[in-house]
Design a protein around this ligand. Structure first.
Ligand code: AFP
Length: 322
């Protein structure tokens, strides 16, 4: 099995980007260890603080964020970082070539039940002319990502990453301490009989999504003429990993629970990096209005509608919005 750096060199990834990726992965190895020890290390449960999203932070959210932030800012490679757990961007080196957006621990509600969680990251080039303290550097579409990935802290610690030359799977080999390439050029099957959505919000969805899901639920006697299975992990990393492994459609649609905020998932450190991975694996990553990666962001914590996964199923879903 190939080690990470030679695999990246094979894809002609620039050396400074490889160095940044290795820095990110050093943080994930430490987070992986802390996650495995959380019960023993007193890291279960919540803090008393809320993040900018109005969510109570878990102790592990805070630890993972601090680890990620410190290691990235000390590296000298990054001009700024933005995180789900930080109110605004945080300046790094003015000469840093890259900016990194991340969700240090996605799926926080799974922490206390010892279930799937992960770290999601997205890398863009830093605009040279801007000050490191300027959060406008992050207003770049997903199309301009130079690397995106996630690390899933599951039975194996897995890295799934793209630098624009396909989506590849790596596994953390604890015997030598590095990530090894286990699958190159993952392909999402074009068709599927599996969907992922939080069904408890059904009554709040818009009509097209109501109609689409009703037709899936009608099974082989309904208009789709086949039975569908449903899965929901409540951590986008886990749900998207399943879609990359065996196909499926994952959606978090607009809903009317909060009139001011119809979307749940965050563009910069959830939807964009996952879209890059899914598209590089032959899937589609859309809102009901167009490609997620075409969106020009207006703020770091912007939220977005998400419909992604197996190409033919995403197209079938979008057909209900026409
Ligand atoms: P947190 O990491 O803030 O807990 O959120 C996880 C998440 O953004 C995404 O990973 C899940 O798909 C989604 O929320 C789960 O949402 P529900 O609470 O509706 O299940």
């Amino acid at each position: 099995m190939q080690r990470l750096a030679p695999a990246l060199r094979q894809d002609n990834v620039p050396l400074d980007l490889i160095a940044l990726i290795k820095t990110i992965l050093a943080a994930t190895k430490e987070i992986s260890f802390r996650v495995s020890q959380a019960h023993l290390g007193g890291l279960m449960g919540s803090t008393l603080d809320e993040n900018i999203q109005g969510e109570i932070q878990k102790k592990l959210d805070v630890v993972a964020n601090e680890l990620f932030k410190d290691i990235l800012l000390e590296s000298g490679f990054v001009k700024a970082i933005s995180s789900e757990e930080e109110d605004s961007s945080v300046a790094g080196e003015q000469t840093g070539k890259y900016i990194v957006s991340f969700d240090p621990l996605d799926g926080s509600s799974n922490i206390d039940i010892n279930s799937l969680i992960g770290t999601i990251f997205s890398i863009h080039e830093a605009p040279e002319h801007m000050e490191a303290s300027n959060p406008d550097m992050f207003k770049q579409s997903g199309n301009r990502q130079v690397c995106a990935g996630y690390v899933l802290y599951g039975p194996s610690t897995m890295l799934v990453m793209t630098t624009g030359s396909g989506t590849h799977f790596y596994v953390l080999d604890r015997t030598h301490g590095g990530y090894l390439l286990v699958k190159r050029n993952v392909q999402v099957p074009e068709d599927t009989q599996e969907f992922a959505i939080n069904m408890s919000n059904q009554r709040f969805w818009q009509e097209p999504m109501q109609n689409y899901i009703n037709d899936l639920l009608a099974g082989d006697t309904g208009p789709r003429a086949k039975n569908f299975n449903m899965r929901w992990i409540a951590a986008m990393v886990g749900d998207i990993h399943r879609v990359l492994c065996r196909g499926g459609i994952f959606t978090y649609p607009a809903d009317s629970r909060n009139a001011e905020q119809p979307y749940k998932l965050r563009l910069m450190y959830e939807a964009n990096p996952m879209s890059f991975l899914i598209e590089q694996a032959g899937g589609l990553a859309m809102t009901s209005q167009g490609r997620i990666m075409d969106i020009e962001p207006s703020s770091i914590h912007q939220r977005v509608e998400v419909i992604m996964g197996s190409k033919n199923e995403v197209e079938a879903c979008l057909g209900y919005y026409k």
